[in-house]
Design a protein around this ligand. Structure first.
Ligand SMILES: Nc1ncnc2c1ncn2[C@@H]1O[C@H](COP(=O)(O)OP(=O)(O)OP(=O)(O)O)[C@@H](O)[C@H]1O
Length: 254
């Protein structure tokens, strides 16, 4: 068991933003969250991370109501890399990644070997060892994005929630980061805009539309031509890739 939602609703600004979503992540697998701009993906991810309270319904972690689990216990389990979390900090890249260890450290306790190893591993896996001493302000958008992912990995979560983790990355790093997420022994929920990358790297997909779940299931089941047109308003041809066997979307003009 891991993260799940049951008929979850959340509203803001007098509007229902997440409207009755029931969803279950599969332990150890990668769930991709798709949907047009403003369809409620980020809002749902914040609910899954326990950073927002549902208006009705329930978010569960291992079957228990997330809202009653102490914040620190949730932070030891669930890491969220949010969109637009970037700040102008005077810290170095490595110092930012080390912040990921905060939920695991007792008050006044020193830096441990386990903390050190988690940070080293996170820097290695995100290809950032060479940049560790760089000041945050001097990093490119993509380098910062990889550092935010490294910070989430240093948290050593069992549930890893990523909101568009690849939108600033070059194609090699997009492929590497998504392959890494799939390879890690975590339950991952990842919001993505690239339907082809989602199909390649996610075990299951959930498609949001106007705050509701329009479809959920395997990439083949979710990414049909009719659904892409209905949800995104885009005509497309979908074929199984001869190289990796997953659906690949070819967008059609007009
Ligand atoms: N705190 C808030 N107050 C008012 N409206 C909000 C708030 N948070 C989100 N919204 C609105 O809710 C809708 C869904 O936003 P959300 O960020 O969850 O969508 P999204 O699917 O992640 O979009 P994108 O693909 O553009 O990142 C949007 O219309 C947004 O403006």
């Amino acid at each position: 068991m891991t993260l799940a939602t049951e008929r979850v609703r959340w509203s803001a600004g007098g509007r229902l933003i997440v409207d009755g979503v029931t969803l279950e992540a599969t332990p150890g697998r990668t769930l991709g969250l798709l949907g047009p701009n403003g369809s409620g993906k980020s809002s749902l991810l914040h609910l899954l991370a326990g950073l927002r309270r549902v208006r009705s319904g329930v978010v569960t972690l291992d079957g228990g109501d997330l809202a009653v689990i102490p914040r620190r216990d949730v932070a030891r389990r669930v890491a969220l890399m949010a969109q637009g979390a970037d700040t102008d900090t005077p810290l170095t890249l490595e110092e930012v990644v080390r912040l990921g260890r905060t939920p695991h450290r007792a008050a006044l306790a020193g830096w441990t070997e386990a903390d050190e190893q988690a940070v080293e591993q996170a820097l290695r896996e995100t290809d950032l060892l060479a940049l560790r001493a760089r000041r945050w302000q001097t990093l490119s958008g993509g380098e910062r994005q990889r550092a935010q992912i490294a910070r989430a990995l240093a948290q050593d979560p069992r549930e890893l929630i990523l909101d568009e983790p690849t939108n600033h990355l070059d194609i090699r790093h997009q492929l590497e980061i998504l392959a890494l997420v799939r390879r890690l022994p975590v339950t991952a929920v990842v919001a993505l805009h690239d339907l082809n990358l989602a199909a390649m790297f996610c075990d299951r997909l959930a498609l949001m539309q106007n705050g509701r779940l329009a479809a959920a299931g395997t990439p083949e089941a979710v990414l049909t031509e009719a659904r892409i047109e209905a949800v995104f308003g885009v005509r497309a041809r979908v074929a199984l890739s001869a190289d990796h066997g997953r659906p690949q979307v070819h967008y059609l003009p007009g």
